[in-house]
Design a protein around this ligand. Structure first.
Ligand code: HEC
Ligand code: HEC
Ligand code: HEC
Ligand code: HEC
Length: 123
């Protein structure tokens, strides 16, 4: 029994420490550790608030696991850096371009949201 309680406490600790990393509502900025040193200030991005304001109900405009016939294929939310390298050796989309293309293209299409460097990389 004592062993079991110890195990349960250990599991509870794991849940408490790991869970926040997966809660998108806690995301307030993008500061991707994959870049190691940043040339520009981190980008404020209130995940849920942004998507609500922008009227984005689905996850697909952003989260995908690949592309087929020029269209994103829906995928579980994951770190962009899981698939997009900072300096890929093939012709896949690099991490900086992945962020820029996704964020800026939609803002341009919607004619809303920031498109200039300093509007996203806020000092
Ligand atoms: C719509 C928002 C947006 C705009 C506009 C934008 N960026 Fe970014 N940029 C991002 C995001 C998001 C990242 C990933 C941020 C991170 O991890 O720090 C990023 C990453 C970067 C990075 C790689 C990370 C670093 O800091 O070294 C550089 C360099 C960069 N941007 C420069 C620019 C420049 C220069 C412009 C203007 C020509 C620009 N960005 C415009 C959103 C934007
Ligand atoms: C406007 C684009 C956008 C939309 C729409 C969006 N997300 Fe995200 N989401 C992001 C970005 C950007 C990140 C940060 C990715 C990173 O850190 O590499 C993120 C991160 C996450 C994470 C954390 C992933 C991890 O492993 O750290 C979860 C979970 C998540 N989103 C869930 C969702 C769900 C569920 C939806 C749909 C209801 C959704 N998102 C819609 C852009 C979006
Ligand atoms: C599970 C893997 C995976 C994850 C996670 C992922 N991508 Fe991708 N993404 C791909 C693949 C595969 C392609 C197609 C090949 C390529 O362009 O690199 C792609 C293509 C893209 C493209 C190019 C679209 C075009 O029209 O050419 C952009 C932009 C992009 N991803 C942005 C992102 C952003 C931003 C995130 C994080 C919110 C993200 N990706 C997360 C796998 C992924
Ligand atoms: C699929 C469309 C879409 C994508 C992708 C998208 N945005 Fe937006 N974003 C919008 C729209 C629409 C608005 C304007 C919302 C309004 O105020 O009406 C907006 C507004 C913003 C604003 C203004 C403040 C706010 O929260 O309303 C910021 C900052 C922003 N976006 C950052 C980003 C970043 C960083 C990314 C990439 C990680 C991103 N956006 C990706 C559609 C998008």
């Amino acid at each position: 029994m004592k062993k079991c309680i110890t195990l349960m406490l250990a599991l509870a600790a794991v849940v408490v420490f790991i869970l926040p990393a997966f809660c998108q509502e806690d995301i307030t900025e993008i500061k991707d550790p994959a870049f190691q040193t940043l040339k520009r200030p981190a980008v404020p991005f209130m995940h849920d608030e942004h998507n609500e304001k922008a009227g984005l109900d689905g996850c697909l405009p952003c989260h995908h696991e690949g592309m087929e016939n020029g269209e994103f294929v829906e995928g579980d939310p994951a770190k962009c850096a899981d698939c997009h390298e900072v300096a890929p050796t093939d012709d896949s989309t690099d991490l900086k371009t992945a962020y820029h293309q996704q964020c800026i293209q939609c803002h341009e299409d919607a004619a809303k949201g920031p498109v200039a460097c300093g509007e996203c990389h806020v000092k």
